[in-house]
Design a protein around this ligand. Structure first.
Ligand SMILES: Nc1ncnc2c1ncn2[C@@H]1O[C@H](COP(=O)(O)OP(=O)(O)O)[C@@H](O)[C@H]1O
Ligand SMILES: C[C@@](O)(CCOP(=O)(O)O)CC(=O)O
Ligand SMILES: [Mg+2]
Length: 424
């Protein structure tokens, strides 16, 4: 453990978003899903606090609050909650925090209109994680993100993972990398990100899941798991398998800009499953089979499509004026994406904006599906490895011409990382 002369330091943790390739919603009901880390990050920064207070700055939600620690202490009515136990993961329950909901509601009501949306859940999760991990230590906390919030790219999980990691590092439950000596300037471009120690990364994931429970109600755990560990994973009932993919994964992400809320969508699917247990059970089973097949395909070395009699690539398709060769795996994966989207529509989580993107890309023989909770949010479009950048541009122009925004995703990268700096 490195400590500065003054003993004070600032920590930062960054956690990636995610894309679900296959299996969203059904995974909440115990089936398999496949997801990958997305190269867009949420960063939590904690620096020493002043005036015995806690400052929370959430620029994406328009939240900026400064609370005297005495005020937070009054919310803790159970004596055993007064002593933080970072190594011992606990769950939030309203009965143990009888005054927290009303406190948060008052805080959020006093915010701007921009600040109100989603702020209650974010502030509740923050206060629970802060007091449980750090206790009543003064600190200034800022969480900012490159991810769109509430668009299916796992911003809620990245928020919980980044925040939890920064809190655990600030409490020194996570070992900090060597700090530069006091007075030594560290410029932003020299900032080094370190992976979280293997022994502590499971602790991060467990605390982050508790945060997700506050925001989502009933998370499967896939989002916080991918954000914590990174890469491409299969997830089933809490079991995580890292996939060593043989095929390069390339995709376009389109944001419909239609706002939605994961908690409400997950609850809606749960209610539909109660009304139609057999039919919904059959759909979940089909989604499970699709996810398992996706896992197999991703791990199979690419096989180039055969040439037909006149020399054409039998399994190639036209993409605008440019022919595109697809591997056998890419063609199968496209079919599975189409089937998965059809089933998601069947469980009631698609949206006209999503269908319209699927139609646009189908004209280019490309397959798309919603990713995340749906109801709006983002749509992924698989891009064959050999699709030229000119063809991708054509698809993008068409999508953007219809008023949506899209970008080519960087996926399968690292999970949560930490950085720190001395404060003189
Ligand atoms: N950068 C952030 N700052 C504060 N809260 C955030 C941030 N990102 C996500 N959240 C919380 O997560 C909620 C969105 O989560 P959710 O509906 O699951 O959508 P998604 O995870 O797909 O972006 C927000 O309303 C907010 O409570
Ligand atoms: C719908 C679901 O499968 C994924 C939700 O992802 P997001 O919050 O929309 O990014 C829910 C879950 O697995 O917890
Ligand atoms: Mg979420």
């Amino acid at each position: 453990m490195a400590v500065t002369e003054s003993g004070e330091f600032r920590v930062e943790a960054r956690a990636p978003g995610k894309v679900i390739l296959s299996g969203e919603h059904a995974v909440v009901h115990g089936t398999s899903a496949v997801a990958a880390a997305l190269g867009l990050y949420t960063t939590a920064t904690i620096r020493p606090g002043m005036d015995d207070s806690c400052v929370l700055d959430l620029p994406q939600l328009g939240v900026y609050s400064k609370w005297p620690l005495k005020m937070i202490e009054e919310l803790i009515t159970q004596p055993h909650l007064l002593n933080p136990k970072p190594a011992h993961v606990t769950s939030y329950s309203e009965s143990e925090w009888p005054q927290l909901a009303a406190f948060v509601e008052r805080q959020v009501r006093s915010l701007s209109a921009k600040g109100a949306k989603g702020a209650d859940a974010a502030v509740t999760a923050f206060l629970f994680l802060y007091t449980s991990i750090l206790g009543l230590q003064p600190a200034t906390v800022r969480v900012s993100s490159e991810l769109p919030v509430g668009a299916g790219l796992g911003s809620s999980a990245a928020y919980c993972v980044a925040l939890t990691t920064a809190l655990l590092a600030y409490s020194r439950e996570i070992e900090l990398p060597q700090l530069p000596s006091v007075g030594e300037e560290v410029s932003t471009d020299r900032k080094i990100w370190f992976d979280v120690d293997e022994k502590k990364v499971d602790l991060v994931n467990k605390w982050a899941f508790e945060g997700e429970r506050i925001i989502h109600g009933r998370p499967s755990g896939i989002d916080n798991t991918v954000s914590t560990y990174g890469y491409v994973v299969k997830f089933k009932k809490g079991q995580i398998t890292r996939l060593h993919t043989q095929m390069p994964l390339r995709m376009l992400l389109t944001n419909t800009q239609v706002g939605r809320n994961t908690k409400a969508l997950v609850a809606g699917v749960g209610e539909r499953a109660l009304r139609h247990p057999a039919a919904m059970g059959a759909i979940f089973k089909a989604i499970d089979e699709i996810a398992e097949e996706v896992v197999t395909i991703l791990q199979t070395p690419p096989e180039t499509a055969r040439l037909g009699k006149s020399g054409e690539v039998v399994s190639s398709d036209e993409c605008g004026p440019h022919p595109v060769a697809k591997t056998v795996q890419e063609i199968r994966l496209q079919e599975l994406v189409d089937m998965n989207q059809g089933l998601l529509q069947g469980i009631g989580v698609s949206h006209l904006s999503i269908e319209s993107i699927c139609q646009i890309t189908a004209a280019y023989r490309l397959s798309s599906k919603l990713t995340g909770a749906g109801g709006g949010g983002c749509v992924l479009t698989l891009l064959p490895h050999k699709l030229s950048s000119t063809s991708v541009e054509l698809v993008k122009v068409d999508i953007e011409g219809k008023g949506f925004s899209c970008f080519e995703a960087v996926i399968g990268g690292n999970g949560v990382q930490v950085s720190c700096q001395a404060v003189s």
